[in-house]
Design a binder for this molecule. Structure first.
Ligand code: UDP
Ligand code: MG
Length: 314
């Protein structure tokens, strides 16, 4: 009996990419000795993406889809797809053909050799823009220096995971899960396959700079309390500075030369308050995580699904 593989693809306003991707992924899978499903997750698109998915699903047996009730963001859409995937292993990839379906056989091969997780790294070709290369490399450097989880530069959510890894991932209760970090954190037998990213097939990136920064901050906070510890050091350093200032003032006072000193007092007060508010803000970020977890809201809501799909993980 051949093995069963799921391919999960979150899509947000990718109506023109869905049919082409369905075709290319089917082509990549049909020469492998495998039964498969291609599961598109429509992350609350406001174009014809859901219709494109339903059309593809009615034409091809292996293509299925779920539609979320609104836009929940890439990571949650991916999680929604993973929770409905029936495969013994699941491949996740982007819906804009930047992750070439031609790499799927190499991922499958590594899984057959016994690896539980097959990651990919992007070797930056001419197709990756300079800005993307720069922001991506800054992110991986920041993430690795702030956390104990080492992510290779050029990592992405293009990977294969065995169903037993998937089961463990659903034990994570993080409300804002950072799957790349979580997959690295759980361990297991990992292999890596490299590929050259293609250009986006059609449409524009759904990750403008503001969203990228929010994503990066969330990822670090999920896996590290270093920002809180840095707050302690920052507080300690400024306290030493303030103590120095106090000694200076006392000496000047003893010399009977107390300066009128409005400027220096105000300077140091505003500096200290600035530092204090930064630290409070950092603490606030962690508290808001706790708040979200206590609220226990669903991480995604499924509004519709094609006939063969049902939920496998809670
Ligand atoms: N995406 C999503 N929900 C979002 C934003 C993006 O499902 O809120 C999908 C998007 O359709 C694509 C993948 O996530 O399939 C990666 O997004 P994109 O290609 O825009 O990111 P980039 O490659 O530019 O980093
Ligand atoms: Mg892309």
């Amino acid at each position: 009996m051949s093995r069963f593989l799921s391919v999960v693809i979150p899509v947000y306003n990718e109506e023109e990419n869905v049919p082409e991707l369905g075709r290319q992924v089917t082509d990549a899978l049909k020469n492998l000795d495998v039964r498969y499903e291609i599961l598109f997750v429509d992350d609350g698109s406001n174009d014809g993406t859901w219709k494109a998915i339903c059309d593809a699903s009615s034409r091809h047996d292996g293509i299925e889809g779920i539609r979320l009730s609104r836009n929940f963001g890439h990571q949650h859409a991916l999680l929604a797809g993973l929770s409905h995937a029936r495969g013994e292993a699941v491949i996740s990839m982007d819906g804009d053909l930047q992750h070439p379906p031609g790499v799927i056989p190499a991922l499958f091969e590594k899984w057959k050799q016994g690896f539980d997780i097959v990651n990919t790294v992007r070797t930056d070709g001419a197709e990756t823009g300079g800005f993307k290369k720069m922001t991506s490399s800054c992110f991986y450097r920041l993430f690795s220096s702030m956390t104990d989880v080492k992510l290779a530069p050029g990592s992405s959510d293009f990977r294969l995971i065995d169903a037993r890894v998937l089961e463990v991932l659903f034990e994570f209760r993080d409300t804002d899960i950072f799957l790349r970090g979580a997959v690295q954190w759980v361990g297991f037998n990992c292999a890596t396959v490299s590929y050259t990213a293609d250009r986006r097939f059609t449409g524009e990136t759904k990750y403008p700079l503001k969203k990228m920064l929010k994503f990066a901050l969330g990822a670090v906070i999920s896996f590290s309390n270093k920002p809180l510890r840095m707050g302690i050091w920052l507080g300690a350093a400024t306290s030493v500075l303030a103590a120095g200032e106090l000694v200076y003032i006392l000496i000047r006072y003893a010399q009977g030369a107390t300066i009128p000193g409005w400027a220096s007092t105000m300077g140091i007060i505003s500096f200290l308050f600035g530092v204090l508010f930064i630290i409070l803000g950092i603490i606030g970020l962690y508290i808001s995580r706790i708040h979200k977890i206590l609220q226990g809201r669903p991480r995604f809501i499924v509004a519709e699904r094609t006939k063969a799909v049902s939920r496998r993980f809670p």
